[in-house]
Design a protein around this ligand. Structure first.
Ligand code: 3HC
Length: 696
C-alpha cells in the first residue's frame, strides 16, 4: 500500500512514501493505516531530514475510497484528517510530489504538506460535490487559506479540475517540473530544513482576506444553476464562508459536521450510486470475445443526428465519411457542423486549429462506394423501417465483409434490419441521444444475431469517444423510449383530469427533472410521436383509455418549438414556453368528450403518476432482460432523459422511497385508473419480500 525508499543527497537524506493502491490510489482504511505508520517511522528516524509523499501510475490519489462511505471502515482510525494533521505538524518538512492527478481527499492530503510540487500536465481538483458531498478532510478550510477565497470557491463549488499552469498561478503548487519530480521534491524539502520551525504552513486564524459582499451569493446562484436541486455545493460554499469568521479548528469541525450530514443523506447516496452505475454499465459480464478495431466510420444521413454522430467521432480523431443522397442536404449538414464548431471556437471551448483538424476528418460524400472500406457504418436516416431496410441492403452489398452495420434507430427492430443483410451477426443498434455530440448516453442494442465481439467493439469505441454505453435488448423503444411512453401517457391523462401543462411540467421540474414531459415533447417535435401513434392506432385496444390531447394539438399543425406552438406557444427565437389558452380549450374539450370530470390535482400526485409509471415499466424491462441491471436503467434516465442525479435514477428512487410504498400507490392507481397500472410482477415480488431493485 505504501512503498518506501530513501534518496541520499549531499545535503541530507529524504524518504519517499509512495501510495500504491491501483487503479487510482484511493485512500481507504488499509492505506490510511499503512501511511500513518510509515509517517511515524519517517518522523522518528534521525537519518531522514525531509519526507516526500507521492503516488504511482497516473494518479497521486483519486481521494477517499468512495466504497467505504457509510461503512464502519470510513470511521476507522486514523481518519484522513488525522494523517493530514500528522503531515502538517511534522517536525521535518513534508513535500507532496504530484506525479499524477490529485483529487478529493488526495488533494486534501497535499494541503497538509508544507510544500507541493507537480509534474507538468497533471490535474488537480476537489470533485466531491459531484458525489453529493464536500471536501471533508479540511479542503474547504485549507484551500481558501492557501489560494484565496475566490479560487477556492471556483474549485470546490464547481468540482472541476485545474491544470498545473492554473495551480501554479493560484499558488496551489509551489513549483511545476517537466521531469525528475522526486529529485526536485527532495531538494525542495532539504532546502527548507535549515530554517524549518516545525510549524504548519497555513494560518490557523480566520481567513483575513477582504471578500466582496456578493461573492458568496453569486457562487450560490451559479451552483444552483449548475447543480439544480443539489445541496452539496451550497453546503460547501457555506463551509468556505465560515473560514472567514472562525479559526481553522472551528472551521474544520463545522466542515466535518456538514460532511457527515451529506454523506448520510439520500442525495449523496444517489449520486454515488450513479457514479458506480455508470462504471458498471460499461462492463459486459457475458462478453469476453476479442473485438475488431474501429478506425474509420461511415455515417449515413447528414441530418441533426448524422451530423452530431459525425462530430462525436471526429472530436476524438476518428475519420468519418458522411453520406447523403442529396447534395443540398449534404451541404446543409456540413454547414451545420461548421457552425457548431465555430460556436465552440467563439465560446473559447475549441481552438481554430482543433476546429480545422476535426472538420478535415469529416469527409462529405454522395457516393455509396466511398463506404467500401470503413470499419463501421452508422445509419442515421429517416425513422422508417422500409427506408432503413433499403439502406441496410445497399450497405451490405457495398461494405467490406468484416464491416459492422449499425442503426441509430430509437425504436425499430434491429433483427428485421439484420435480416436484410448477409451478415446479421455484424448488425447492431447504436442509439445516440440528441444532440449526439453533447449527450454522453449511447444505448447499444443487441440484436438476436449480433456477435459478442461486435458488441465489445462498440463498447470500446464508446469509451474512446467518451460516451456511456449501456447494453439493451430489443423491444419497441428499447429501454429509454419504451419507458417514456407510459410517462408521457400519464402526463397527458393528468391534463385531462385537471392539470395545466405548466402545472405538470412545474411539478416535475420541482422534483428535479431537467424539463417537464410536455416541454420535452415540444422540444423533440410532436409530429414524430404523432406518426408513431397513428401507426399503432389500428391495433390499439378500444377499451384502454387513450388521450386525444396530443393528437388534437398536432392536427392544428402545432408540432412544438419548431412551429412556435405545441403544448405551449413560443416567441420567435425563444425557447421559453408560454401557456396558451388554445391548448387549455383542447384539453377541456378532450376531457368533456371522454366524460372526465376535471379536479384539482396535487403536485405529489403528478410526480407519483409519472415517475411511478417509469418505475413500473422499468421493472418489466428488467424482468424481460431488456436491461441487464436496474442500475443501467438509472444511468439511461440520468444521462439521457434529465432525471435528477441526486435521486439516482427512477429505480434507485423507488428503492429510496421503499418498494412496498411504491407498490401500494401503484395498486391504488390500478384500482382507480385500470389495467394500464397493472403492477409489474417483479415489483410485486421484491416489495413482498422486502427487496430492492439494487439487490438484483
Ligand atoms: N474510491 C473508490 N474507487 C474509485 C475512486 C475512489 N475515489 N475513484 C475511482 N474509483 C474506481 C472506479 O470505481 C473504477 O472501479 P472499477 O474498475 O471497479 O469500475 C476504477 O477506480 C477506475 O475508475 P474509472 O473507470 O473512473 O477510471 P478513469 O481513469 O476513467 O477515471 C477518475 C479516474 C478520474 C479518478 C474517476 O474514477 C473519478 O472521478 N473518481 C472519483 C474521484 C473523486 O470524486 N474523488 C473524491 C472522493 S470523495 C473524497 O475524497 C472525500 C474527502 O473529501 C474526505
Amino acid at each position: 500500500m505504501i512503498e518506501q525508499h530513501s534518496i541520499v543527497f549531499p545535503q541530507g537524506t529524504v524518504v519517499v512514501l509512495q501510495l500504491q493502491n491501483p487503479p487510482v490510489n484511493s485512500i481507504g482504511s488499509a492505506v490510511r493505516i499503512a501511511l500513518t505508520e510509515a509517517l511515524d517511522r519517517a518522523i522518528n528516524n534521525p537519518d531522514i531530514q525531509a519526507i516526500i509523499l507521492t503516488g504511482s501510475g497516473k494518479f497521486f490519489s483519486a481521494g477517499a475510497d468512495i466504497r467505504e462511505f457509510n461503512t464502519p471502515f470510513a470511521k476507522q482510525k486514523p481518519v484522513l484528517a488525522d494523517i493530514i494533521s500528522q503531515l502538517e505538524n511534522s517536525p521535518k518538512p513534508t513535500v507532496a510530489a504530484l506525479n499524477g492527478s490529485a483529487l478529493g481527499g488526495g488533494l486534501e492530503l497535499t494541503l497538509g504538506c508544507h510544500f507541493r510540487i507537480a509534474l507538468s500536465g497533471i490535474s488537480m481538483g476537489l470533485p466531491e460535490v459531484k458525489l453529493g458531498v464536500l471536501p471533508g478532510a479540511g479542503g474547504t478550510q485549507r484551500l481558501p487559506r492557501l489560494v484565496g477565497v475566490e479560487p477556492a470557491l471556483e474549485m470546490i463549488a464547481s468540482g472541476e479540475m485545474i491544470d498545473t499552469e492554473q495551480a501554479l498561478k493560484w499558488g496551489l503548487v509551489d513549483k511545476v517540473v517537466e521531469a525528475d519530480l522526486l529529485t526536485e521534491a527532495g531538494l525542495l524539502g532539504l532546502e527548507a530544513v535549515a530554517n524549518f520551525q516545525g510549524a504548519p504552513a497555513l494560518s490557523r486564524g480566520a481567513v483575513s482576506e477582504v471578500v466582496a459582499p456578493d461573492v458568496f451569493e453569486a457562487a450560490r446562484k451559479q451552483a444552483s444553476k449548475r447543480f439544480r436541486g443539489c445541496i452539496a455545493p451550497l453546503e460547501a460554499i457555506a463551509c468556505i464562508e465560515k473560514s472567514l469568521v472562525c479559526d481553522l479548528d472551528e472551521g474544520l469541525e463545522f466542515e466535518r459536521e456538514r460532511f457527515r450530514l451529506l454523506v448520510d443523506g439520500d442525495q449523496s447516496k444517489a449520486q454515488r450510486h450513479i457514479f458506480f452505475a455508470e462504471r458498471a454499465a460499461t462492463k459486459l459480464p457475458k462478453i469476453t470475445a476479442s473485438s475488431p478495431e474501429i478506425e474509420s466510420v461511415g455515417v449515413v444521413g447528414a441530418g441533426t443526428m448524422g451530423g452530431g454522430i459525425a462530430m462525436s467521432l471526429a472530436n476524438y480523431g476518428i475519420p468519418v465519411i458522411m453520406l447523403e443522397r442529396d447534395k443540398a442536404a449534404l451541404d446543409r449538414g456540413m454547414q451545420t457542423i461548421r457552425s457548431n464548431y465555430a460556436a465552440s471556437v467563439k465560446r473559447r471551448k475549441l481552438t481554430d486549429v482543433d476546429m480545422d483538424r476535426r472538420l478535415a476528418l469529416i469527409q462529405p460524400s454522395l457516393r455509396d462506394a466511398d463506404l467500401a472500406n470503413v470499419d463501421l457504418v452508422i445509419e442515421a436516416a429517416f425513422e422508417d423501417m422500409d427506408v432503413k431496410k433499403e439502406i441496410f441492403a445497399r450497405l451490405d452489398s457495398i461494405c467490406k465483409p468484416q464491416a459492422i452495420l449499425a442503426s441509430n434507430t430509437s425504436r425499430l427492430d434491429i433483427n428485421e434490419l439484420a435480416e436484410t443483410t448477409s451478415r446479421p451477426s455484424q448488425v447492431i443498434g447504436t442509439h445516440f441521444f440528441s444532440p449526439a455530440n453533447v449527450m454522453r448516453l449511447l444505448e447499444v442494442v443487441h440484436g438476436r444475431h449480433t456477435a459478442d465481439s461486435v458488441v465489445a467493439a462498440l463498447f470500446k469505441l464508446a469509451k474512446r469517444i467518451e460516451k456511456i454505453p449501456v447494453l439493451v435488448g430489443i423491444c419497441d423503444g428499447f429501454v429509454g423510449n419504451r419507458m417514456v411512453s407510459p410517462y408521457t401517457r400519464e402526463a397527458h391523462f393528468l391534463l385531462e383530469e385537471g392539470a395545466s401543462p405548466a402545472q405538470v411540467d412545474g411539478a416535475l421540474r420541482q422534483f428535479g427533472m431537467a424539463m417537464g414531459p410536455l416541454q420535452m415533447g415540444d422540444m423533440a417535435g410532436l409530429d414524430i410521436s404523432w406518426a408513431a401513434r397513428k401507426r399503432l392506432a389500428p391495433t390499439r385496444p378500444a377499451h384502454i383509455r387513450y388521450s386525444h390531447v396530443a393528437d388534437r394539438i398536432c392536427e392544428m399543425d402545432r408540432f412544438g418549438q419548431k412551429t412556435l406552438a405545441g403544448f405551449y406557444r413560443y416567441e420567435a427565437g425563444s425557447r421559453n414556453p408560454i401557456s396558451d389558452p388554445a391548448v387549455d380549450e383542447i384539453i377541456e374539450s378532450c376531457a368533456r368528450e371522454s366524460g372526465i370530470e376535471r379536479r384539482v390535482l396535487t403536485d405529489i400526485e403528478i410526480v407519483q403518476r409519472t415517475i411511478y409509471a417509469l418505475v413500473n415499466e422499468g421493472a418489466r424491462i428488467l424482468q424481460e432482460g431488456i436491461a441487464q441491471r436496474s442500475s443501467d436503467i438509472d444511468v439511461i434516465y440520468v444521462s439521457g432523459y434529465g432525471f435528477p442525479v441526486f435521486r439516482g435514477g427512477p429505480m434507485f428512487y423507488a428503492d429510496t422511497v421503499g418498494l412496498a410504498e411504491v407498490l401500494a400507490t401503484i395498486e391504488q392507481f390500478h384500482k382507480v385508473h385500470g389495467e394500464l397500472w397493472t403492477p409489474a410482477p417483479l415489483l410485486q415480488e421484491l416489495a413482498q419480500n422486502g427487496g430492492k431493485f439494487s439487490d438484483l
